[in-house]
Design a protein around this ligand. Structure first.
Ligand SMILES: [Zn+2]
Length: 149
């Protein structure tokens, strides 16, 4: 698998898939990150590797956590301008306005049932989550042809 930089591909919105399917996607993403050992990577969306579904990896503390079918349910009104990089937009830094904090819902699996997890995030983690969920929705930083962020 290689990182996709073709904006025409990345502008497609990702569709939800089953939790079981998503777990496989998450495993592929984690092993890709390990095998490619990309310094400084803080997050990844499945469509950046050409994988289907709605799965993101977010670095929280010193480990990557995966979220299946993540949805932002609340964004703080207070904003911050961040300077972001993206594996799909090589050699560029783009200024993006983000909410400082957010609440996210995502699918969980326990006791053989699909449940919903809810988390509140702020600072850099909130920025990464917004960046990765943008990917799932076909939004890429600095993409003036698509939805600009
Ligand atoms: Zn990105």
């Amino acid at each position: 698998m290689r990182i996709i930089t073709d904006l025409n591909h990345l502008r497609n919105k990702c569709s939800e898939v089953s939790y079981q399917q998503s777990s496989k996607v998450a495993l592929k993403m984690v092993s890709w990150l390990k095998n490619n050992n990309i310094d400084g990577t803080l997050g990844l969306a499945c469509n950046q590797l050409g994988l289907g579904g709605r799965v993101i990896l977010v670095k929280i503390g010193n480990r990557f956590q995966h979220f299946v079918n993540p949805t932002i349910i609340e964004l703080s009104e207070s904003k911050v301008t961040t300077t972001e990089q993206c594996l799909s937009v090589p050699d560029r830094e783009v200024e993006v306005e983000r909410s400082v904090s957010l609440t996210m819902a995502y699918d969980t699996f326990g006791f053989q049932n699909i449940g919903t997890g809810i988390g509140k995030y702020e600072g850099q983690v909130a920025t990464i989550i917004q960046h990765e969920i943008d990917h799932l929705n076909g939004v890429v930083i600095g993409d003036e042809e698509g939805v600009v962020r």
